[in-house]
Design a protein around this ligand. Structure first.
Ligand SMILES: Nc1nc2c(ncn2[C@@H]2O[C@H](COP(=O)(O)OP(=O)(O)OP(=O)(O)O)[C@@H](O)[C@H]2O)c(=O)[nH]1
Length: 394
């Protein structure tokens, strides 16, 4: 057992236990130093100033340092070591450099520290492993995933496959890619019609925004989406979804505030058939303003959808806010107890240093990350690619 790990395990274990004992389903506080728009108090005001039809600019967001050339990457930064010359390759390069730019805080916490750790070192000895452990834990990788990575690195060192400290980062990247590559069927809304997606998560994590972005992606792929305002407890949530609908020219099925969400979902499936919609995306409440238990309410919506269409919902996507770090894992545990989640969406990865949390989430839950949110704009939802993410992070 490694020294640092032994020293810190108790502290971290206690912290994790506290989180596990009382998983909060209230929107948790994001990192203190970040004035992210996900901050609950700030949201109502932001909504009032949101403009339909324009790319929303995150409050306090740093100017987007998009590279002026297509890639903004050196040749060594290309994914396969070769310059990509096709238009598709250039497009991918642009997206990748944007992803890296948005993940820069998480990258600073992980990659830059690993680089500093190996600088001038000749071997990967116990001291290096000790410091690596600290870097991984404090980068939100959690104890079990950190231990797994350390074991794999140690194995490679012992088998003499890894001797040069300069290769440590590359090896970590490979191992993290493996952890992130959860075995699951692909997300493919073209397989059934209508393809029904239920989106769940606590309030403030970015559900409605994510639904807007997802519908935009689906529309761009040639399918016709329909949005369902299933968070009937907050009038603002219905309006927010409607604004997204107007912005991306996608119809929204709604009822008045306070209506039964399962009745809204039921009617929406009729509407989807009548309109010939290909994909139905159901927003749900994140917090109950009544005595009804959130999980019971979600189960009811699920039952009603299933009654109408026995194979539906085809995806149940849990949205988690990356800025909440380890708390996101606790939330996922609670939701998984109640719902048969098929995939995850991690939001607000831009501007947080806690992007590493995606590693323990995949490691523990063995659920595929379907998409990641890297900003508030329409285009800021990306399909999750484990290798691409690991490369952007490390
Ligand atoms: N920076 C950033 N902000 C995001 C992202 N996704 C969502 N947000 C912001 O997070 C805030 C909360 O998003 P909502 O979509 O209202 O969250 P919700 O889960 O639907 O919240 P309720 O409607 O209260 O249940 C909004 O200000 C969004 O613009 C993201 O990927 N990056």
């Amino acid at each position: 057992m490694i020294r640092w790990f032994r020293r810190k395990k108790e502290d971290v274990g206690t912290q994790e236990k506290e989180v596990n004992q009382e998983p909060t389903l209230e929107a948790p506080e994001p990192e203190e130093q970040e004035q992210l728009p996900g901050h609950v108090e700030a949201r109502e005001e932001e909504r009032a100033t949101e403009t339909v039809g324009e790319e929303a600019v995150p409050a306090g967001a740093e100017p987007q340092e998009e590279p002026s050339d297509a890639r903004g990457e050196s040749v060594e930064e290309t994914r396969d070591g070769e310059p990509e010359e096709t238009e598709e390759g250039a497009e991918r390069g642009r997206f990748f450099s944007r992803l890296r730019q948005r993940l820069h805080k998480s990258r600073e916490r992980l990659a830059d520290r690993v680089d500093r750790l190996v600088l001038g070192k000749k071997t990967i000895d116990a001291q290096v492993m000790d410091e690596l452990e600290e870097i991984l834990i404090t980068s939100d990788l959690g104890v079990p995933a950190t231990q797994l990575l350390l074991d794999r690195v140690s194995d490679r060192v012992q088998r003499k496959e890894l001797q040069d400290p300069a290769r440590l980062r590359e090896v970590l990247r490979q191992e993290i890619t493996q952890i992130l590559s959860v075995d699951a069927p692909a997300f493919d809304p073209s397989t059934t019609r209508p393809f029904v997606i239920m989106v769940i998560g606590v309030n403030g994590v970015g559900k409605t925004t994510t639904i807007g972005k997802l519908a935009h992606r689906i529309k761009c792929s040639g399918l016709s989406p329909l949005l369902v305002a299933g968070d009937t407890f907050r009038a603002a949530a219905i309006e927010q979804l409607e604004r997204w609908g107007e912005r991306i020219h996608v119809p929204v099925v709604r009822q008045k505030s306070g209506a039964d969400p399962s009745a809204v979902a039921f009617d929406a499936l009729d509407a989807a058939q009548a309109r010939g919609a290909d994909v139905v995306i159901v927003d749900t409440a994140g917090r109950m303003h009544t005595k009804v238990n959130l999980m019971e309410e979600l189960k009811k919506v699920h039952r009603v959808i299933q009654k109408k269409m026995p194979t539906a919902p085809h995806e149940i996507l849990l949205v988690l806010d990356a800025t909440t770090g380890q708390n996101a894992i606790s939330q996922a545990r609670v939701f998984r107890e109640a719902m048969n989640i098929t995939g995850l969406i991690l939001t607000k990865l831009d501007g947080t240093a806690k992007g590493g949390v995606i590693v323990p989430i995949c490691h523990e839950l063995q659920l595929p990350v379907r998409f990641i949110g890297i900003g508030e704009g329409m285009e800021d939802l990306r399909p999750f690619d484990p290798r691409e993410f690991a490369e952007a992070l490390l």
